[in-house]
Design a protein around this ligand. Structure first.
Ligand SMILES: O=C(O)C1=C[C@@H](OP(=O)(O)O)[C@@H](O)[C@H](O)C1
Ligand SMILES: C=C(OP(=O)(O)O)C(=O)O
Length: 429
């Protein structure tokens, strides 16, 4: 699908979409519980749907209602008729979380995915899973994975520098079986995502003692408890709307918890540094356009903010410096380079120096044709950049947004953005 966004101002109110990070974790915790869990405000993005599908292939019964989802489970029991295979779609979190969870079963299981997930590294599992009693083979560190458990929770030391998602998976799986065991992590990145994991586990009845984000200790054996869970609004997706307001008008975004554990609420700090008019409430954020200036920001622990930060920086007078670019190499695209290439087509010069990105802003955004590289956050960043461009911006492969935020173009329209779709697929809401 191709989408064209016209330059123009925005002004309006929207409700943030459900967080896929929270939704996927809740689906995993419900799968690990005995009994019926109810997930309210469920996410239905492709990553969330993939998580639900994996849960059903691992034995849960999913019952989708109008505004909630029931997940009934009695532990991990791979469905033989599904060929003992699960497919995590394009979700990095999905595969890194469900692989240790699936390996709680003693049965051999194949774990697959598609699109960008087939090129993302999984070597971590080859190093770590054998230490906890799980046999694994991969295709040279990539998909498909073949595993056979059962996982036995033991004291282990892991490297957290590539991604926090592997630790999220181990913590969630250990939560079901561990007794007097500690996971020690070196050089953990994306720490707030681990805080979100621990918070979610606690909501499903499993406590982990965390020390300095280096040691995670499990005491007496625990069990996940089925329950009710409401998915929070998504700061990662809302960041695009908040930036759109800061550069092109104003907006009120509802269902955003400023006390959330989500790392991407840090967009508020960046907006403040850039000089945006900001009024965060408890569950609502108002942003208004003001004179914007370049800013320095460390996005090492909130890597998904890079695309909206670049859209913001492009509109700020001067050179913005963002740290943490090396974290972007293994996302849906090599995001540092993709942002450089696609914003370059819109007249914005971006330099990449080691772990640092320099965005030369305030030079004027031009219209043009860009590609999403099948990366949802690149499509959304380009759509925001279009609002202050000198001409229309055409986004190719614009349906990439379905991975995390299928309602994104509708929300932009609701705020007054002019969005024209061509060749829309049935997947697009
Ligand atoms: O746990 C999560 O929900 C996520 C963790 C982050 O990954 P890394 O830990 O690899 O940075 C983030 O980029 C991803 O979109 C979602
Ligand atoms: C990188 C992302 O997700 P994941 O790693 O879960 O695929 C993302 O949503 O930007």
């Amino acid at each position: 699908m191709q989408v064209t966004i016209l330059p123009g101002s925005i002004n309006g109110t929207v409700t943030a979409n459900p967080s896929k990070s929270a939704m996927q974790r809740a689906v995993a915790a419900a799968l690990l519980s005995n009994g019926k869990s109810i997930i309210r405000n469920p996410g239905l993005s492709n990553d969330c749907l993939a998580a639900l599908d994996v849960a059903s292939k691992l034995g849960a019964t999913i019952n989708r209602q109008e505004d909630y989802i029931e997940i009934s489970s009695n532990g991990i029991h791979p469905v033989q008729s599904a060929g003992n295979e699960i497919n995590c779609g394009e979700s990095g979190l999905g595969i890194r979380m469900f692989t240790p969870i699936a390996s709680l079963s003693p049965l051999p299981i194949t774990i697959n995915g598609h699109g960008s997930l087939t090129t993302r590294p999984m070597n971590f599992f080859e190093e770590v899973l054998p230490q906890v009693g799980v046999k694994i083979s991969t295709l040279e560190g990539k998909l498909p994975l073949h595993i056979q458990g059962p996982l036995q929770a033991k004291n282990i030391t892991i490297d957290g520098s590539l991604s926090s998602q592997f630790l999220t998976g181990l913590l969630m799986a250990f939560g079901a079986v561990a007794e007097d065991v500690t996971i020690t992590v070196k050089d953990l990145k994306s720490k707030p995502y681990i805080a979100l994991t621990l918070q979610l586990m606690q909501q499903f009845g499993v406590q982990v003692k965390e020390e300095n984000f280096e040691r995670f200790s499990f005491g007496k054996k625990q069990a996940y408890k089925a329950g009710e869970y409401t998915v929070e609004g998504d700061w990662s997706g809302a960041a695009f709307l908040l930036v759109a307001a800061a550069v092109a008008g104003k907006a009120e975004v509802h269902h955003l918890n400023t006390q959330s554990a989500q790392s991407d609420k840090a967009i508020l700090e960046a907006l403040e540094k850039a000089g945006a008019g900001l009024m965060p409430g408890v569950f609502t954020v108002n942003v208004e356009k003001q004179q914007l200036k370049a800013f320095d920001f460390d996005a090492t622990d909130c890597p998904d903010l890079f695309p909206p930060l670049v859209a913001l920086a492009a509109n700020c007078e001067g050179t913005t410096k963002i740290l943490g670019v090396s974290r972007l190499a293994h996302k849906e695209s090599d995001r540092g380079k993709t942002l450089q290439e696609e914003f370059g087509k819109l007249g914005i010069s971006i330099e990449l120096h080691g772990d640092e990105m320099l965005v030369h802003g305030g030079t004027g955004i031009t219209g043009g044709t860009v590609r999403s590289h099948n990366d949802h956050r690149i499509a959304m960043a380009c759509a925001v950049a279009a609002l202050t461009a000198s001409g229309p911006v055409v986004i190719e492969d614009a349906e990439a947004i379905n991975k995390s935020y299928p309602e994104f173009y509708e929300h932009l329209q609701k705020l007054g953005g002019v969005v024209k779709k061509e060749g829309a697929t049935s997947q697009v809401h």
